[in-house]
Design a protein around this ligand. Structure first.
Ligand code: SF4
Length: 270
């Protein structure tokens, strides 16, 4: 059976965000140059030294963002690690992300479509940097809305309260947890998710969430690498959501794979 986890995401998916990023960079450079053209005579008249300092700072900023984007595109496209280990890509993404959302809207893309594409870029970078990822403390981070809305058991903070009745996917995900002996956390929102990450100190996270929460979660969790899986929302947002269990299982296997191979397990991917 073909391993659909390791297939590259549909090119259209990640390339939407990458193409928007390239366009955003062009917009940023154009606006920066235009702004400098307008203000430089006055600054130069005030202090030539200040003018030179600002010119150098602006140039360094643009070189950092452009260089970061070049490496992101290269690493994401080839799924090979060309990134620096000290998070230069974060600067690029932080700067370009809001411009991408704005430009996406001009091209008729919703915020969620741009965010979904970002998650695919993130996952391709995750694969590109897999050799750097420590898999000894893997945590699955789940949104509370996966739980059946009518379930009377409180599972946030203590998933052992789940009776595994089959009323929602939480029981199946707990079986996955038992199977791989990994950490799991269920959070009601970004604040709790951040608190859980600080307390449990995972080295790598597989996160399930909607586009918005995944995007902010991936950026908030940095430098901990996050593999993102979008939830499914057959009943609308935030209620009785679902996740593709096979994909979740494959993501966990993929991350643990190195460990199991090292221990000589006859490990087979789905
Ligand atoms: S599996 Fe059953 S007990 Fe567990 S959270 Fe879902 S509905 Fe509640």
């Amino acid at each position: 059976m073909e391993d659909d986890f390791n297939k590259s995401p549909k090119p259209k998916g990640k390339w939407t965000f990458l193409a928007l990023s390239i366009l955003s960079l062009a917009v940023l450079v154009t606006f920066s140059l235009f702004f400098w053209y307008l203000v430089s005579p006055r600054i130069n008249a005030m202090s030539p030294l200040l003018s030179l300092g600002l010119k150098i700072a602006g140039l360094l900023f643009l070189v950092t963002v452009s260089g970061g984007l070049f490496l992101i595109v290269l690493s994401s496209a080839l799924e090979k690690d060309f990134l620096f280990p000290h998070g230069e890509k974060q600067v690029t993404l932080k700067v370009l992300f809001p411009i991408n959302l704005f430009l996406g809207r001009l091209f008729g893309l919703s915020k969620d479509q741009v965010r979904e594409s970002f998650v695919q870029v993130n996952n391709s970078l995750f694969k590109a940097t897999e050799k750097r990822i420590k898999n000894d403390r893997l945590m699955i981070l789940l949104p509370h809305c996966l739980q059946n809305f009518d379930c009377p058991h409180r599972i946030v903070g203590n998933y052992n309260n789940c009776k595994r009745c089959g009323g929602c996917l939480i029981g199946d995900i707990l079986k996955l947890k038992d199977k791989y002996d990994i950490e799991i956390s269920i959070a009601t929102g970004g604040t709790l998710a951040r608190k859980v990450i600080v307390e449990k100190k995972p080295t790598v996270i597989v996160a399930v969430a909607c586009e918005r929460d995944l995007c902010s979660g991936i950026q908030d969790a940095y430098p901990i690498p996050v593999y993102g899986i979008l939830n499914e929302r057959p009943f609308g947002p935030c209620i009785n959501t679902r996740v593709n269990l096979k994909r979740l299982d494959q993501a966990v296997q993929y991350i643990l794979d190195g460990d199991r191979d090292a221990k000589g397990y006859n490990h087979q991917r789905l």
